[in-house]
Design a protein around this ligand. Structure first.
Ligand code: GDP
Ligand code: MN
Length: 386
């Protein structure tokens, strides 16, 4: 679960990770009063969307007076901000962060993430801050320092020093940086983060070390034990179909193709996407209704997929184990009736009560094509969309 920069910075403050003075603004008036309260110029007006690269897209600007804040706020509210992370359709700006402008001496990069291979929290740091870290990793990988922290041991002073020396910090910045990193690690672990990225972390002319940007991603599977964090979720920033699916406990991810999929089990879903691609078509989504799906969940899954305009055909691939084929078939029929199904649907079904399931589908009066096996299903669905 992602949160906004302004929310991440509020949390950073609580954990002793220094950030510039500032606050969120939800209207032009609020942007001006917040700017005034910062007690000096310039201030920075920052568009709040769940994507990086805002600076280059015109979503981060300096203002040297009230009038300028007002006109920048007017410009940014409602603006469709396009960055390399939003995709060409962009994101509408509904919130701003107004911050005290900083005198930047140096921009650094700092992030923490979970490394699955070593089962450690890896600290990544680089002197090449403010730039795209993917680009740094590709062109000058030696500029990225990695320090692996075993979560059972916690972070040790020598690891803080390793990161600090690796960044080549001036001596005045060593202690504040190590304190910041120690606190950031604490924040990361206590809140079940999967990623924290500060790009840039800055050294100011006043020898302060500050998080100028803040990107935080929490492990969604851990949100049940962080009720206060779950409130920070901004549904405006998420795909509406994914939000709808999460309400019904469906495992759904929106993709770019035109073949909708309904599958039970994540492994089967991956395999199904592979066979669709292999047959020369592109999946429009990943939809795993799970092993214990009810007819109602199946119905909702089907409805969500059909409400996606880019879906031109649906492939249903079910292996009935705990989920019985007849229950599944009833869900499909209900959903098809309530949505007025008007695109081709290919069904491949095996397992418990498969005969009853097939009978329900056959007697439903719906135009469904049945497939004998996976290959047959893939070929039929590809023929339907191509
Ligand atoms: P991003 O483009 O979405 O990653 O947004 P950032 O928060 O990283 O801001 C982009 C860039 O704006 C930073 O890398 C800085 O160079 C610049 N910037 C942000 N705040 C300030 C500030 O207070 N003073 C100055 N001089 N530049 C700033
Ligand atoms: Mn940034």
């Amino acid at each position: 679960m992602k949160i906004h920069e302004y929310q991440a910075k509020e949390l950073f403050k609580e954990y002793g990770v220094p950030v510039p003075q500032g606050a969120a603004a939800f209207s032009e008036e609020e942007a001006v009063t917040t700017a005034q309260s910062l007690g000096g110029w310039p201030v920075v007006v920052k568009a709040q969307i769940h994507a990086g690269g805002r600076g280059k897209g015109g979503g981060v600007k300096l203002a040297s007076g009230e009038d300028e804040v007002k006109s920048l706020a007017a410009q940014m509210f409602g603006m469709n901000l396009v960055t390399h992370q939003t995709g060409p359709e962009g994101k509408e700006v509904k919130k701003l962060l107004i911050e005290a402008g900083q005198n930047i001496e140096k921009e650094l990069y700092l992030s923490l993430l979970v490394d699955r291979e070593t089962a450690c929290v890896v600290i990544m740091a680089s002197r090449a801050g403010g730039m795209d870290i993917e680009e740094v990793a590709e062109k000058t990988p030696e500029e990225i320092i990695r320090v692996y922290v075993n979560p059972l041991m916690g972070i040790s002073p020598y690891q803080l020093r390793e990161a600090a020396f690796g960044l080549g910090l001036p001596s005045a910045a060593m202690k504040p940086f190590m304190k910041l990193l120690n606190n950031l690690y604490d924040f990361f672990v206590k809140n079940d983060c999967s990623l924290v990225e500060i790009n840039p972390l800055i050294l100011t002319s006043e020898h302060e070390v500050l998080a100028l940007d803040a990107k935080v991603d929490f492990d969604s599977n851990a949100m049940f034990r962080h009720k206060e964090l779950a409130e920070l979720r901004d549904l405006d920033e998420e795909n509406p179909l994914e939000v709808a699916a999460s309400k019904y406990n469906l495992n759904y991810i929106n993709l770019d193709g035109n073949v909708g999929n309904i599958v039970n089990g994540a492994g089967l879903a991956m395999a199904t996407m592979d066979i669709i691609k292999n047959a020369g078509a592109e999946p429009a989504n990943f939809m795993d209704v799970g092993g214990g799906a009810t007819a109602e969940m199946v119905e909702n899954a089907f409805r969500i997929i059909l409400s996606d305009d880019k879906v031109k055909a649906v492939l249903i691939n079910i292996f009935g184990g705990i989920l019985r084929c007849d229950i599944f078939a009833n869900g499909v029929v209900e959903a098809a009736k309530s949505t007025g199904l008007d695109i081709p649907v290919v069904v491949r079904m095996e397992g418990t009560n498969v005969e009853e399931g097939k009978k329900i589908l056959a007697e439903s009066g719906l135009k469904l094509t049945s497939a004998d096996d996976l290959t047959d299903a893939a070929e039929k669905i590809a023929a339907a969309v191509n």
